[in-house]
Design a binder for this molecule. Structure first.
Ligand SMILES: Nc1ncnc2c1ncn2[C@@H]1O[C@H](COP(=O)(O)OP(=O)(O)OP(=O)(O)O)[C@@H](O)[C@H]1O
Ligand SMILES: [Mg+2]
Length: 372
C-alpha cells in the first residue's frame, strides 16, 4: 500500500493532524522530542502488529484525552483504500478497512505492511534471543494474519500453563491438570515452530545474497532456527516428541514454575563464515547483518503479499556509515518503495534524493511541508 494522507486525533503529542504524503521518500525532520517517532509509530500501528516501541494503547492516547484515532487513505495495488484504527472510549479498540469492521487487528496486515528499522535493530545480532524471535514473529505476522493469531493463542496458553505450574508448586493445583493444557498447547507450539522454520528458510537466501552485496566480500551469512527440542525429520512426529519433552521436564518445570520447552525458548542463530556472529562478528559486520535481515524481510513480504511493505526508518541514518546509508536509500528508491524516515538533520542525505523527497518539519506535534 501507498499512504497518500493520514489523519491523527489525540495520538501521543498530536492533538489533530492532517497530512498528505509522497509515493517515494518522506522525511520527517526536527529537534528531539517533537513527534517524529510518534508519527512513524502511528503508521506502523496501521499494519496491525502493535507499536514498534512495544507501547501499550493507553500510553499512546494523548494525555488528558479518552481515545486516539488514526485514519489513512491511499492506494493498494492501484485501488483506493481507507484504513481506520481507534482505541479508547466505549468500544476499546476498533479497526476498519474501507469501512468494514475487522474481527482482529492482525487483519490490517491484509491491507498494509510495514517494516520498521530503528537503532535497536542494529543490535539484533548481539541482542537477546527474544529480540530475534520478535523480529521473526513480526515478519511472519505481516506475511499472514493467521500467524499472529496462532502466536497470541500460544502465548495465552503459555501464561495459563505457567500459572498452573505455580499452582502445583503451591499445592493449589494437581499435576494431572497439566494434561489438559499440554494437549491444547501442543498443536499451537508445533504450528508456531513450523511457520518459523518455513519463514527462516524463505528469508535466508535473500539475507545471504544481500549480505554478500553489502560486504563486497565472499563472506557467507547463514541463518538457522534453533528449536528448544530436537526435531525429527518427520513433521508428523513433532507433537508426540513435544509432549514427551513436557513430561520429561515436568518436575523441573514445577520447581521453576515455567514452561521450559517450546517456541518461546527458541532462537534464530546467525553465522558468518560458519562462526556464530553473536560471538565473532565485528561491530560493522553485525550492523551489516542486521541491515541484511531487514532488507530480506522487505523481500519476503513482497513475495508473500505481492506488494512491497512501507519502510519506516526511525533515526537509523546517523547510525549507518555513509556507504551503507547510500546503498540502503538507493535500493529502496530503485524498488519504488514508500519510505518514511525520521532524522534531526538533513545532512545525512544525498542531494539528489532530497530533491525528490517530501520533507516535513516536525515541531511540537505540528507537521509542515518544507523545501530542502
Ligand atoms: N501519550 C502522550 N500524550 C502526549 N504527549 C506524549 C505522549 N507520549 C509521548 N508524548 C510526547 O511526545 C514527545 C516525544 O515524541 P517522539 O518520540 O516522537 O520524539 P522525536 O521527535 O522522535 O524525538 P527524538 O529525535 O528524540 O527521537 C515527547 O515530548 C513526549 O512527551
Ligand atoms: Mg524519535
Amino acid at each position: 500500500m501507498e499512504i497518500q494522507q493520514i489523519e491523527l486525533v489525540h495520538f501521543r503529542n498530536y492533538q489533530e493532524l492532517n497530512r498528505t504524503f509522497q509515493p517515494g521518500l518522506n522525511i520527517f525532520v526536527g529537534p528531539n522530542g517533537q513527534g517524529k517517532t510518534n508519527l512513524l509509530e502511528a503508521i506502523a500501528l496501521l499494519s496491525g502488529s502493535g507499536s514498534h516501541r512495544d507501547a501499550r494503547d493507553p500510553d499512546m492516547v494523548q494525555w488528558q484525552e479518552e481515545f486516539y484515532r488514526i485514519k489513512a487513505t491511499g492506494l493498494s495495488s492501484a485501488h483506493p483504500v481507507t484504513l481506520e484504527l481507534a482505541y479508547g472510549g466505549e468500544r476499546k479498540k476498533l479497526a476498519r478497512i474501507n469501512g468494514r469492521k475487522l474481527r482482529r487487528m492482525a487483519e490490517l496486515s491484509d491491507a498494509i505492511n510495514t517494516v520498521v528499522f530503528s537503532p535497536e535493530d542494529l543490535s539484533l545480532v548481539k541482542g537477546s534471543p527474544a529480540q530475534r524471535r520478535r523480529f521473526l514473529d513480526r515478519e511472519l505476522a505481516q506475511a499472514s494474519p493467521a500467524y499472529g493469531d496462532v502466536l497470541s493463542r500460544y502465548s495465552r496458553l503459555l501464561t495459563q500453563r505457567n500459572a498452573i505450574l505455580r499452582g502445583i508448586r503451591e499445592g493449589k493445583a494437581k499435576p494431572a491438570e497439566l494434561e489438559l493444557w499440554d494437549e491444547q498447547i501442543t498443536p499451537l507450539a508445533v504450528e508456531v515452530l513450523a511457520r518459523r522454520l518455513e519463514g527462516v528458510a524463505r528469508i535466508a537466501p535473500h539475507a545471504r545474497q544481500i549480505y554478500r552485496g553489502l560486504s563486497r566480500e565472499k563472506e557467507e551469512l547463514e541463518l538457522t532456527y534453533r528449536s528448544s527440542f530436537s526435531l525429527p525429520a518427520d513433521r508428523g512426529k513433532w507433537p508426540q516428541v513435544y509432549r514427551e519433552k513436557l513430561i520429561e521436564r515436568r518436575a523441573e518445570e514445577i520447581a521453576r514454575h515455567a514452561t521450559l520447552t517450546g517456541p518461546h525458548r527458541d532462537d534464530l542463530q546467525l553465522y558468518l563464515q560458519g562462526r556464530e556472529a553473536r560471538l565473532y562478528a565485528s561491530q560493522g559486520q553485525q550492523r551489516s547483518i542486521a541491515l541484511s535481515l531487514k532488507l530480506a524481510e522487505i523481500a519476503f513480504i513482497q513475495q508473500s503479499r505481492g506488494e512491497y511493505p512501507l519502510v519506516l526508518l526511525d533515526d537509523v541514518m546517523s547510525e549507518l556509515d555513509p556507504t551503507r546509508r547510500e546503498q540502503l536509500l538507493a535500493d529502496l528508491d530503485r524498488r519504488q518503495i514508500q519510505v518514511f524516515i525520521t532524522t534531526t538533520h538533513l545532512q545525512a542525505f544525498p542531494a539528489e534524493l532530497l530533491a525528490k523527497a517530501g520533507i516535513y518539519q516536525v515541531q511540537a506535534g505540528q507537521v509542515s511541508q518544507r523545501d530542502s
